[in-house]
Design a protein around this ligand. Structure first.
Ligand code: HEM
Length: 221
């Protein structure tokens, strides 16, 4: 059944400009984070390679976004990863986390500078302990697109991310990217895991700062 309204143009009125107050389960991800105990399993010519990594993630609130009647609150994120042994970037990723309060839908967009992007969707766990999102190659809604070389050599069939909110305010993730590697018969589970601790609070979104300045609340501006 189609859950969408006939009127696809009219945007919601009286939208609260304060994103940090409306992020639902994504509120636990807002801020700047670091983790020093990441573990990556990646495909190499002579077999899986296991590497420890250092990670920094910035997740900053953006202004509320409307697709006609559909309203999202969200975070813009940047992940940067390197290793103790080498200064060169080990993994780099940008995108958005989005929360639709009306339905509980959670979206993560991913762009990776290998010529790959994905839109993953999911929900929070009912007990508030975390959330998960998933994308699958071939889906026109929550899918994965890759450059022709990756499609040939490291076809990416699915992506799944599980996040757990820890009692001390840190959070942990396990990310599984299923690759079909050229010349191999078995699928390869490219798995990454880490725990992130907060190193800085988020900066309120631009509209929240403007509204706060109008109200004469310069401590926010
Ligand atoms: C913490 C997160 C991640 C880390 C540290 C990481 C790291 C790596 C490393 C070191 C390689 C091997 C690179 C090489 O041999 O040139 C690799 C390969 C690959 N990764 Fe990731 N990755 C991460 C997440 C992801 C995600 C989320 C995706 C896609 C949704 C992805 C897609 C791929 C693909 C398609 C390859 C094979 C391409 C190749 O080896 O050139 N990775 N990754």
């Amino acid at each position: 059944m189609n859950p969408f309204p006939e009127d696809v143009f009219t945007e919601p009125e009286d939208v609260d400009p304060d994103t940090l107050a409306n992020l639902g389960p994504l509120r636990a991800l807002a801020g700047v984070w670091e983790g020093r105990k990441g573990i990556d399993l990646n495909p190499k010519a002579d077999g899986p390679e296991r590497r420890a990594y250092l990670e920094r993630i910035e997740m900053q609130p953006i202004d509320p976004q409307a697709n006609g009647p559909q309203l999202f609150y969200g975070l813009r994120y940047h992940i940067h990863i390197n290793t103790e042994e080498e200064d060169i970037t080990f993994h780099e990723q940008v995108g958005y986390w989005l929360w639709e309060p009306a339905t509980g839908l959670i979206l993560q967009t991913l762009a990776i500078p290998r010529g790959q992007s994905a839109l993953a969707a999911g929900r929070a766990k009912a007990d508030g302990s975390g959330l998960s999102v998933r994308a699958e190659r071939g889906s026109t809604e929550y899918g994965i697109t890759s450059t022709a070389f990756l499609e040939y050599a490291f076809r990416t069939d699915s992506y799944e991310l599980q996040i757990t909110f820890n009692p001390d305010g840190s959070w942990s993730y396990v990310s599984d990217t299923m690759l079909s590697v050229h010349g191999r018969t078995e699928p390869f589970r490219h798995r990454d895991r880490n725990t992130l601790s907060k190193v800085a609070e988020p900066t309120p979104n631009p509209l929240a700062l403007i509204e706060a300045a109008k109200r004469g609340a310069p401590e926010l501006a």
